[in-house]
Design a binder for this molecule. Structure first.
Ligand code: ADP
Ligand code: MG
Length: 456
């Protein structure tokens, strides 16, 4: 992928999560300027936007980029010196020119263009959706709906874990419906977007217009409804919208990460509405399905790794299709970069490096690792000494308890010899500041973390 393609792809995902206005405001005239050792430089037009992206959208941006290139570790936002009018120049780097002249990459480009009216991404289709035992029922239910909108199963409720194809399937369904009924009014949106639209409607005191807008759809696809669970106001308005559509035999398609009965904070009347149509579960893909998915994805990208490699990835990545795809993408990226096929050993290395399993640490493990690293006794860390060789390790232990263990400040203070929570805050900030300045502490923390996360 060129930088430009990568950014396009990531923007495609980001766009789904934001309102149109927000998306345009924050992401217009942005571009990837550079990519080096896992750090992406994103050019932005001004400081204001830079700060917003850093504060509010950084996580989303990184997540979206990593779906396409798993090697990405961080993003730097750079105010590009040119005026807005210069922005398109970014697209005209030599690299991009070369690439865009190839018909294949143009195709890839079009793939990510989200339909402004329906919000559907044409990259999600039934044709590219691999069916296996794990998603058979959800797939069959979706297909049957296309032939009997609004009457057969309403709502269709698809649930399953992260990265298992809920968005792909519901959007494929939307695209297919639109294709056979070009005049139909269909809308796809994430529940987050539904909620944020609702909040703006509330701020503008314009709830009726909000409801009218949703009322006019023939098909409404709401993705990730678990997001509505604890939001009472949004639930209420959603309930109204739902009933309106339902009573008029409009098709409602919902997805969530769990079945309705597991939503604790969902109003009973909404839960029973959810359960009133058809519920279809997508479970984790079996090995054969994972392999089939990998093969299809590799083929689509005109990439021809050995079976050995595909089989290794399929047995290594067991749960999440998005990660499966990500693994494949990082190998493709590596091959395009190095210009030679990747050996199985290298694949293993790449996957091991990327797979940073989120190990759950205990506070005791962190303290032990810090003490071990600085070669002092654990109990010394808790003593009320101001000795220099203890103070910094103690601060670092507190910092790690906050960052990697998510301990509250009072808990951390208490843990270290009954200190006040302000001591914990102070320690945390001190270390954070030292890290910012660079220097030895950065390396030290890195090593401690390696010890923590790499031991079995
Ligand atoms: P979810 O919405 O459940 O978190 P997504 O629909 O975003 O998951 O799927 C994650 C990635 O895996 C997407 O790129 C999607 O295209 C791909 N994917 C998921 N299921 C399948 C499938 N059955 N066949 C092909 N690709 C799939
Ligand atoms: Mg999804």
């Amino acid at each position: 992928m060129t930088n430009q393609e990568l950014w396009k792809a990531a923007l495609g995902e980001i766009e789904l999560e934001l309102s149109k206005a927000n998306f345009l405001t924050w992401f217009k005239n942005t571009a990837i300027a550079d990519q080096k050792e896992g750090v992406i430089t994103v050019n932005v037009p001004n400081t204001f936007i830079k700060e917003w992206l850093e504060d509010k959208y950084h996580k989303l941006i990184i997540k979206s980029l990593r779906n396409y290139s798993r090697d990405i570790r961080n993003i730097e936002y750079n105010i590009s010196s040119g005026t807005l009018a210069d922005a398109p120049k970014i697209n005209k780097t030599k690299d991009a020119e070369k690439e865009t002249s190839a018909p294949e990459s143009q195709l890839e480009f079009r793939e990510f263009q989200i339909d402004k009216e329906t919000n559907l991404n044409p990259r999600y289709t039934f044709e590219t959706f691999i069916v296996g035992e794990f998603n058979e029922m959800a797939h069959a239910a979706s297909l049957s709906i296309t032939k009997n909108l609004g009457h057969l199963y309403n709502p269709l409720f698809i649930y399953g874990g992260v990265g298992l194809g809920k968005t792909h399937l519901t959007q494929a369904l939307g695209n297919s419906i639109k294709q056979s009924n070009p005049d139909i009014k269909i809308k796809y949106l994430s529940s987050e977007k539904f909620a944020s639209d609702f909040v703006s409607a509330m701020q503008n005191a314009d709830i009726p217009a909000f409801k009218t807008k949703y009322r006019k759809y023939d098909v409404l696809i709401l993705d990730d409804v678990q997001f509505l669970a604890s939001k009472m106001k949004v639930q209420e308005v959603f309930f109204d919208v739902f009933n309106e559509l339902y009573d008029n035999n409009k098709q409602i398609i919902l997805s969530a990460d769990r079945p309705p009965k597991s939503f604790k904070e969902l109003e009973e009347r909404i839960r029973s509405r959810f359960e009133g149509g058809l519920m279809a579960h997508i479970s984790e893909p079996d090995y054969e399905s994972r392999l089939a998915i990998l093969k299809a994805k590799a083929e689509a990208k005109k990439f021809n790794p050995s079976n050995e490699i595909l089989e290794f990835i399929a047995s290594y990545m067991q749960t999440n299709i998005r990660e499966l795809e990500g693994a494949l993408n990082s190998i493709i990226a590596r091959e395009r970069f190095s210009g030679r096929p990747t050996a199985l050993e290298e694949v293993k290395e790449i996957l091991n490096k990327n797979a940073q399993p989120k190990k759950i640490l205990t506070a005791a493990q962190i303290i032990k690792a810090v003490a071990g690293f600085y070669n002092i006794e654990e109990k010394t860390l808790f003593e009320k000494t101001r000795k220099k060789e203890v103070v910094q390790p103690r601060q670092i232990a507190m910092y790690l308890l906050r960052e990697d263990f998510n301990g509250s400040y009072p808990y951390i203070g208490q843990k270290f010899g009954g200190r006040d929570h302000t001591t914990a805050i102070h320690s945390y900030l001190k270390v954070a500041q030292d890290i910012k300045k660079g220097g030895r502490v950065v390396e030290e923390i890195k090593t401690i973390r390696e010890n923590l996360y790499n031991t079995a």
